[in-house]
Ligand binder design. Structure first.
Ligand SMILES: Nc1ncnc2c1ncn2[C@@H]1O[C@H](COP(=O)(O)OP(=O)(O)OP(=O)(O)O)[C@@H](O)[C@H]1O
Ligand SMILES: [Mg+2]
Length: 366
């Protein structure tokens, strides 16, 4: 995957920009608050249909403007393509692939495959389950559009079901009449999502181990295992019909507990990845450096899996990570990203050879 060129109007602090990238390493260099991360955000948004910094699309429109546009020319191993996104205040966004309008964001994801790595990802091991679910969601969605469709539908059903639970005290009749329907639908999507997540982790596990072993000379062994709110053995998730039955049973028979809690207590919105180092929870026992190495290994593994499954090497977007890593990990990362497209941001020039793009107040020269 190669991002060839990006043209931007009124996105964040970028009034107007036209940036061309090399096939290898590209380094965006500039002082703080000049627009380095903004450019990565624009690429990521065009690829994934959402930002890694905000859930409000309008935040990305330049202050004082009514609309912004990102047009990205990219190539996979077969052909050149274009994705254009336009965001408008108070209106629905418009996304075009090769000038043809797309109806749903699930049609965009997977066209330009990318792996984003920013300082927050270094805390993937230490942070809460939501961050780890987010990692899985972005990685799996880019490989399987059906996953994203199930996930979107799941969250919609979950919202309705939670509302129903919250209203149950005041409206028992509606609750009794409809809870079964929502529970069945939720169980069906949960089983699909669980299976994807379980399978993805069976691929991730050996890939993390391999990266981690290279980084640390193989003294320690990390594990990354799918952990669901159902507390079943991970292998159980390979049988979606059986898993759906378990979700159904939980969601149908503990209504009083759910009403007391005010929300849905079982489902993939409670999933986590259990990360161990030498068979102990890494969050509690691994050192800060080990946790960061595992996180780095997870991100590199995401790239490896993408290449193995779809035959395309994803473009890496690295936001400020070199400054956060020690010399050994920095050297390792530099070695691993050779031979693929990487777009790196940095306040200081970095030694990795490649195209330098200077960033100053939303303008890009290079
Ligand atoms: N909607 C917006 N309209 C205009 N400017 C914005 C908008 N959103 C953010 N900005 C500005 O963008 C700038 C931040 O840009 P960015 O995050 O890309 O900086 P950076 O170059 O990555 O800096 P750092 O090195 O600190 O990470 C800030 O000055 C911020 O005020
Ligand atoms: Mg930044």
């Amino acid at each position: 995957m190669i991002c060839k060129r990006i043209q931007i109007t009124d996105f964040r602090n970028i009034r107007s920009a036209d940036v061309r990238f090399d096939d290898g390493v590209n380094v965006l260099v500039g002082a703080n608050a000049q627009g380095k991360t903004n450019l990565l955000e624009a690429i990521f948004y065009a690829a994934i249909g959402k930002s890694f910094r905000t859930t409000h699309d309008e935040d990305m429109i330049r202050f004082g403007s009514e609309l912004c546009e990102i047009s990205m020319d990219f190539a996979d191993s077969r052909r050149e393509q274009n994705l254009t996104v336009r965001l408008m205040r108070g209106k629905r966004r418009r996304i075009e692939h090769n000038r043809v309008r797309l109806a749903k964001v699930s049609e965009v994801v997977g066209l330009f495959r990318t792996v984003l790595f920013c300082p927050e990802h270094l805390a993937l091991v230490k942070e809460g389950p939501a961050e780890r679910r987010g990692f899985l969601d972005v990685a799996i969605s880019q490989l399987y559009p059906n996953y994203l469709r199930s996930l979107q539908s799941y969250h919609q059903i979950l919202k309705q079901r939670n509302q129903l639970i919250r209203d149950a005290e005041n409206d028992r009749a509606t609750f009794r009449a409809t809870i079964e329907l929502w529970s069945l639908q939720l169980a069906r999507e949960a089983a699909v999502i669980s299976q994807y997540r379980y399978r993805y982790l069976t691929l991730l596990q050996p890939a993390i181990r391999a990266c981690f072993a290279e980084m640390t000379n193989g003294r320690e062994t990390p594990d990354a295992v799918y952990e669901s709110s159902l507390h079943l053995e991970p292998e159980a998730f390979d049988d979606p019909a059986a898993v759906e039955a378990v979700y159904r049973e939980r969601l149908m028979s503990h209504h009083d507990r759910e009403i007391a809690a005010g929300s849905t207590l079982w489902g993939v919105h409670k999933d986590d990845i259990r990360i161990d180092l030498n068979e102990k929870p890494a969050r509690l026992f691994a050192s800060q450096g080990q946790q960061r190495s595992i996180a780095l290994a997870m991100k590199l593994a995401e790239g490896e899996i993408c290449r193995n499954i779809c035959g395309e090497i994803p473009a890496f977007l690295l936001d400020d990570v070199f400054s956060e890593l020690d010399a050994t990990r920095r050297a390792y990362l530099a070695e691993k990203i050779r031979g693929r497209q990487v777009i790196i941001t940095s306040c200081e020039p970095i030694s990795t050879a490649g195209k330098i793009i200077r960033v100053n107040n939303g303008e890009y020269i290079g």
